[in-house]
Design a protein around this ligand. Structure first.
Ligand code: GLN
Length: 378
């Protein structure tokens, strides 16, 4: 009777990581690097702690870090955000997403999401009384039928949530997709929450198209990004939300009573470290080598490798190997073959099973080698 989310259990990431640990399996389920971040960044954190940056940061974040973020966005997308009034430092991407939804979604507001969807969107919308309308993108291409999306729009549509590049499918939005989206939202009050935490992990020379490049979208969008993905520090739980001042003002009303402010010495360290853009501009190449190594290693197996245009996740179709549901197959893979993955059905409300699992390749070479060796036996 007291549960506000009676249909929600523990997230699939925690579940699969626990199963991996219990079975001493190689954990390619939850998305996090198993290697050390740059020691220069670690030294900077230490230095700022020693220098005395150990008290509350300003509510919206340290100005130095917000300035570096504004510079990064301008250099990458030619879009301007005012550092002080339009960028807010958050305790990770998930908190920025939660706060955005909490800020704008009221009872009976409709929110459009694209599945497979990162698992926090839907429960958070429901928590605030919103109603989720979904478009299911399907294997193997995960294309969006924008006519079908248009049919989901109503007078009550308050927000569209995008995740580009998409976790778990690795799909990125094309120029045509963005143009279709613009047609749908223009002349409406619809807001866009754009989760772009994998923005710097895009492959084969393709370009990440951020919503902030498009004035018609930027003016109505909350752009969410994450330092965990950018600098291999998912455990630091730090990210940000960039949005026009009118939206940021509302966002901060909630933010101030949720976390108030975020870890001061880490903000100082990130601001200093970000000055050298090589650190993040090299990320595409860094992860592309890992992606290609995993794909080559699995090319001769009976797994079908779906496209991976971005993110550090590889989707595998296994229907030539087993007819089990993806959840049962992922469990068996962990228990028997010692490789943990995430079943794709967990990213669909209706548990759509297309016999696809997700592997995280943000791992050391030796971890990937061991996983490939185990998977090649299937
Ligand atoms: N973003 C990570 C993933 O997709 C997980 C984050 C989490 O565990 N909450 O695996």
């Amino acid at each position: 009777p007291f549960s506000k989310l009676s249909n929600v259990g523990t997230t699939i990431f925690s579940q699969m990581t626990q199963l991996a640990n219990e079975n001493e399996a190689i954990n390619l389920s939850q998305g996090f690097p198993d290697f050390m971040p740059d020691s220069e960044l670690l030294d900077l954190v230490n230095q700022f702690i020693q220098k005395g940056f150990n008290q509350y940061a300003p509510m919206g974040g340290m100005i130095g870090l917000k300035e570096e973020i504004a510079r990064k966005i301008e250099n990458s997308h030619h879009a301007l955000y005012h550092p002080d009034s339009e960028i807010t430092i958050t305790a990770g991407g998930t908190q920025a997403i939660f706060t955005t939804i909490a800020t704008f979604i009221k009872k009976d507001d409709e929110v459009i999401i694209f599945e497979p969807a990162y698992d926090c969107y839907e429960p958070t919308v429901e928590l605030f009384g919103g109603i989720v309308k979904r478009f299911e993108m399907k294997a193997p291409d995960y294309e969006i039928d924008w006519n079908a999306v248009k049919n989901l729009v109503s007078e009550k549509t308050k927000m569209i949530i995008l995740n580009n590049p998409n976790n778990p499918s690795g799909k990125i939005l094309k120029e045509e997709d963005i143009q279709e989206l613009i047609k749908i939202v223009k002349d409406t009050p619809i807001l866009v929450l754009s989760d772009e935490v994998y923005e710097n992990i895009v492959y084969d020379g393709k370009k990440h198209l951020s919503i902030c490049k498009y004035p018609e979208l930027k003016e109505r969008s909350l752009l969410v990004a994450s330092f965990g993905k950018l600098f291999h520090v998912t455990g630091w739980k730090i990210g940000y939300c960039a949005a026009p001042k009118v939206l940021t003002d509302e966002f901060r009303k909630i933010h101030q009573f949720n976390v108030f402010s975020v870890n001061t010495p880490i903000q100082m360290a990130l601001a200093e470290y970000m000055k050298n853009e090589e650190y993040y501009l090299g990320l595409n190449q860094f992860f592309q080598e890992k992606r290609d190594f995993l794909r080559q290693g699995l090319a001769q197996t009976s797994f079908e490798l779906l496209d991976c245009e971005g993110t550090y996740f590889q989707a595998l179709k296994y229907d030539k190997i087993s007819d089990k549901t993806d959840f049962d197959f992922a469990t068996e893979l962990t228990v028997t073959h010692k490789v943990a993955s995430v079943p794709f059905s967990s990213f669909y409300k209706n548990k759509l099973n297309e016999n696809v699992i997700r592997l995280c390749f943000a791992k050391k070479q030796e971890t990937l080698e061991r996983a490939i060796e185990n998977l090649a036996k299937l």
